[in-house]
Design a protein around this ligand. Structure first.
Ligand SMILES: [Zn+2]
Length: 149
């Protein structure tokens, strides 16, 4: 994506560093042979869900919580509000729950990246929500046979 123009981003949500970050997520996945261009609602494909979510975490870590992107379209659309709480933006836990299958798949394929990003302290971090979720069984240590009764 090119840096913002007036028509695609009139409120100037895109900054050069986060546009580069988004493209670096794509580059990392390509270099590791992980590209998955399967279609997904709202995000065009799995890779753009991954790149936009990780870039949203990056923006949140820079206290740019007003620049969380809500889809892959142009003009830029800010991440929307919760269907359950229409006055509240979709928070990290709801985002994880909405896309848990795809986020789990991302974390399994890039465990090194995701385990570090999950520890980033910021307001909006669905990878932290994943770790905190009771459903994130990948982080539960397997039981030894002697522990199973
Ligand atoms: Zn992209």
């Amino acid at each position: 994506m090119e840096p913002s123009s007036g028509k695609s981003d009139p409120a100037n949500h895109f900054h050069a560093d986060d546009v580069l970050f988004h493209e670096l997520v794509h580059a990392l996945r390509m270099m590791r042979g992980l590209m998955d261009l399967s279609k997904i609602r709202d995000w065009d494909n799995i890779e753009d869900l991954n790149a936009i979510m990780l870039t949203n975490i990056y923006n949140s870590s820079n206290n740019r919580n007003g620049d969380l992107r809500g889809d892959h379209g142009l003009p830029f659309r800010v991440l929307g509000n919760s269907p359950m709480y229409p006055t509240k933006q979709i928070d990290e836990s709801l985002f994880y729950n909405l896309y848990s299958t795809d986020i789990d798949r991302l974390c399994l394929s890039l465990l090194d990246l995701c385990s570090g990003v999950a520890r980033v302290s910021c307001r909006w971090n669905p990878l932290r929500a994943r770790v905190n979720s009771a459903n994130a069984s990948i982080y539960a240590p397997p039981l030894a046979p002697s522990q199973i009764r």
